[in-house]
Design a protein around this ligand. Sequence first.
Ligand code: GLA
Length: 340
Amino acid sequence: MPERPGAGDRVRAYAPGRVNLIGDHTDYAGGLALPMAIDLGTTIDGTRRGRTVVLSSDAEREPARVPIDVVDPAGATPRWARYVAGVVAEVQPSVGFTGRVSSTLPIGGGLSSSAALEVAVALALGFEGDPAELAALCQRAEQRSSGVPSGIMDQLASAAGEDGMAMLIDFTTLEIAMVPVPGNVEIVVIDSGQSRELTASAYADRRAEVERAAAVVGPLRDVPTADLDRIESSVVRRRARHVLTENARVLSFAAALAADDPATAGRLMIESHVSLRDDFEVSTTALDALVDRLTRTGGVYGARVTGAGFGGCVVALTEPGALGGEGWTVRASAGARLLD
Ligand code: GLA
């Protein structure tokens, strides 16, 4: 990374979005997931100066204007400025910033455009530290600005990605094992077209249910399936069962990728979708129909909802060209960095 830029210096910071291949609603349970940073992302180009962070955006009508001593990031306007404000409040820069945001990511489409924005803003403001620290700071920023108790997966995938690699993340230790994505498959992301309006409260409910389960049986990472019988509420038991089975699927999926066995990997993605649909209840009719159509298409190994759910995107693992250009074909890519 270039030397830390000072006041008056031109800065260009880039952070990618992510797609999660398997392992959803496991990060805040100390579980496992296998996301990858993608070749779509957000760039911030500007100069460090003044006492305010002023960012205009290709995708937004109104700029974000955030004083460097902002205290209430959730109250910032326009809406997208909350994410900028959350990062400013966490980084506490001594100098402001004036610049422009441009992004190749679909906004709000489930590819972590907000995490990419946060990580790029933190780097532009002069954050120093390793990718795990960068991700933790941006996770706090996200929680402060959105009020959603989100996990660290999106920010960590954006901060720590590597070219050609998916990332097997252990959220108990934050250890990352890089898993090469085989060259003979394609990863395709398809937007369901359904916006994720209800995500905030439903996400918090799910997280609370997972925590209720852990309060009865202990950290879900280490629990034998039989122990789940001790959980009285059938809903909470199903949430916990999703986390346990999903953790196991993540490990099997990583092994299938390493063994160049896309058929098994695809089957595990379909099982993951079913678990997110039936046990975790974060799918929707539109997502189910999309997964159903994709998995019945020739050359598609598997497909599943990716990310929080309640709308947003589906990810498919396919033979090259199987979906004939539908959606975004994404490649595993390097993580966030300052550009020259
Ligand atoms: C959102 C959150 C992540 C993670 C996923 C579900 O993307 O930001 O932390 O919990 O949902 O896997």
